[in-house]
Design a protein around this ligand. Structure first.
Ligand code: ARG
Length: 460
């Protein structure tokens, strides 16, 4: 049988190779709930404006709900000639109620239909991702009180730089994921505009009410230009970008914790239920979840690239190329959701290796900047102090001791201002306490941030 989209104008039937080339039901069937909800709202509007009768609407609505239940149960028959989810549903409707079903597509095109469905699907998926990001923020936050006594090295260039409280790390990720959530909220506003009623490309001559369907489907408003709307996939690309940023944050975190869980760092133990073994080396407990989080982030970023390339040369308005937007879109959401669902328990359940961390925290001269700033407070120009402390660190390295154990006289050779009170800022514990600036790792700053986030995330 030929596709219902082939009108009387066709004299030849579809080549079988085109049928399987052009079908999208294999992936867009995921939109069936949105498609049915959109169709019911559309039919209701057709009734309100007098294009179909109350009786027609009742038959269409009831039958669409039956079809939805069949899709739900998973045994809805697929027929490739019906191309996509929209025509599968419409044709099932017509099979059951005949001419009344043939009225549903009045003042509608699959072009506005697919955009409506995709927007409804995405806004729900964005909400789900937002909820998972919030849960991940709470996982990081849940660690803060218990880890307040742990000092970690902060790294730049992956070289030990300055000491920070462990919760300063956790708060860093809370901030990153908050920006992701803010981006979701912003993106959602543009997703949530109703395209329904722009029909194919120029609108319709029929007396439809776009505001009605928009309100029924909980859109915030209606799109203003039919030509733009028919072509617009910005909302899909934006979503893919938002997800790529999340992927990037998760991948960086995963990389960091993979390093931290090595014998070389030995900062953290990942819960064993999220690790795998080696088939040959019995001692191995590998952080595969984190490695796959890093690895799968590539797919999410690749999907964004695919979508960018997909749309970049399209003339207005709808082009069939746009059907190719769904596999990367779905894949990005599926991948990010799976990554987040695993990150949440890993973050909450991993254990800092306190003793190992503490045993090596005085290595790497994390207090050198604090010493330099002490000299600046004594009136030494920064560049001079920077040079002098470099020489002091050099002397400490030669003696293989931390700064706090270097004789005062040695320090005074390079910086005569040094006196015994220097010991108040040397050593990582003192160095941490010496920080004061807003946003720094100063314990009061960190505690304030923990309190603020506890309130903001509504945690008891
Ligand atoms: N399956 C199509 C898609 O996803 C629906 C729109 C088809 N429109 C058309 N004019 N052939 O893009």
């Amino acid at each position: 049988m030929d596709s219902p989209s082939r009108s009387g104008v066709f004299e030849a039937s579809t080549d079988a190779r085109l049928e399987s080339f052009a079908e999208s039901i294999s992936f867009d069937r995921r939109l069936f709930r949105q498609d049915i909800r959109g169709s019911i709202a559309h039919a209701d509007m057709l009734r309100t404006v007098g294009l179909i009768s109350d009786k027609d609407f009742a038959a269409i609505g009831d039958t669409l709900k039956q079809i939805e239940a069949e899709f739900e149960s998973g045994d809805f028959p697929v027929r490739l000639e019906l191309e996509d989810v929209h025509m599968h549903i419409e044709s099932a409707l017509i099979d059951r109620i005949g001419d009344v079903g043939r009225k549903l597509h009045t003042a509608r095109s699959r072009n506005d239909q697919v955009s409506t469905d995709a927007r409804m699907w995405i806004r729900e998926a964005l909400d789900q991702v937002d909820g998972l990001l919030e849960a991940l923020q709470k996982s990081f936050l849940s660690r803060c009180d218990g880890d307040m006594d742990v000092i970690l090295p902060a790294y730049t260039h992956l070289q030990r730089a300055q000491p920070v409280l462990a919760p300063h790390y956790w708060l860093a990720y809370i901030e990153k994921f908050q920006r992701d959530r803010d981006r979701i909220a912003d993106c959602r506003r543009r997703v949530n505009q109703s395209p329904l009623g722009v029909a194919a490309v120029a609108g319709t001559t029929l007396p439809i009410d776009r505001q009605q369907t928009a309100a029924a489907l909980q859109f915030d408003g209606v799109t203003a230009n039919s030509l733009d709307t028919s072509s617009d996939r910005d909302f899909i690309l934006e979503s893919a970008f938002v997800l790529s940023m999340i992927a990037s944050h998760l991948s960086g975190w995963a990389e960091e914790w993979i390093l931290w869980s090595t014998v070389e760092f030995n900062f953290i133990k990942i819960p064993q239920q999220f690790c795998t073994g080696s088939s040959i080396m019995p001692q191995k407990v590998n952080p595969d979840t984190l490695e796959l989080t890093r690895g799968k982030s590539a797919r999410v970023m690749g999907n964004l690239q695919t979508l960018m390339l997909l749309v970049k040369n399209l003339p207005l308005a709808y082009n069939r190329d746009l059907q190719e937007d769904k596999p990367p879109l779905f894949d990005s959401f599926d991948t990010i959701i799976a990554m987040l669902e695993l990150a949440i328990p890993i973050v909450a359940g991993s254990e800092l290796q306190r003793e190992r961390i503490a045993a090596r925290i005085e290595e790497g001269y994390l207090d050198a900047t604090t010493l330099m700033e002490w000299l600046i407070k004594k009136g030494m120009p920064q560049r001079t102090a920077h040079h002098a402390v470099g020489a002091i660190v050099g002397a400490a390295m030669a003696a293989d001791v931390p700064l706090a154990e270097l004789p005062l006289e040695t320090m005074q050779q390079h910086a005569p201002e040094v006196d015994a009170s220097i010991l108040d800022v040397l050593g990582t514990q003192n160095a941490i306490a010496a920080f004061t600036s807003y946003g720094s790792t100063a314990p009061t700053q960190v505690r304030n941030q923990v309190t603020a986030w506890t309130k903001r995330l509504n945690v008891e």
